[in-house]
Design a protein around this ligand. Sequence first.
Ligand code: FES
Length: 257
Amino acid sequence: GTPAVRSDKTVTLTIDGKSVTVPEGTSIMRAARQAGIAVPKLCANDMVKSFGSCRLCLVEIEGKGGTPASCTTPAMDGISVNTKTDRLNTIRRGVMELYMSDHPEDCAACAAGDCEMANMAETVGLKQNRYGDEGANHLEPSPIGEHGVNFKELDVSNPYFAYDPAKCIVCSLCVRACEEQQGTFALTVEGRGFESRITAGMDEPFLQSECVSCGACVQACPTGALQEKSIIEMGMPDHSAVTTCAYCGVGCSFKAE
Ligand code: FES
């Protein structure tokens, strides 16, 4: 969900009728998980600071208006939170429908059940996509280094992984993982709407960035937009395992037969 918080003070709140006590400053999302409740999410994980961009983790707080993001809203003493109302379910399905309209239907990661976003669409009960996949068209890779990348072009400049903007929902998890896990400021978001994509800044491909190929961005990506080339070329592995080496401490997935 979101990173752990250390504090001597605690707060006690109710989530979906369950009482839970957490260190002050803990997000509602993390408190919910402690209570055994999984709030739908795409742009949050335990490793990086929350950003609140995907809008899937919205909750309702009794007595307060609006639908705040549970990943960026701290748990407060005495509040009562609902994570599963009809209104929230409708909002989540609407948000997921828009994301799926910007995601190619022929995505191998989705087909293999390895796309967090496609799995989340199922979790929130999305059964239709009224908008088609208009924004999802991608272009073939073209030589990198001769010119910058354009907004729909695959970035295959890194020897180990590729970036497909057609699958990207610009949640910025990769940018935050690069900065916070690896301490490198290699990536940024450029453009708006269907034209937004991750670049190394100034419309440049990944390889021309400070990227050290640690794989933190690939691990963080919830959509298959960033994927190891070995997986793209050889198909999805039957099994995968996560290992951590002394080199970077981030952990890499490897193909296991
Ligand atoms: Fe909270 Fe994305 S997980 S807004």
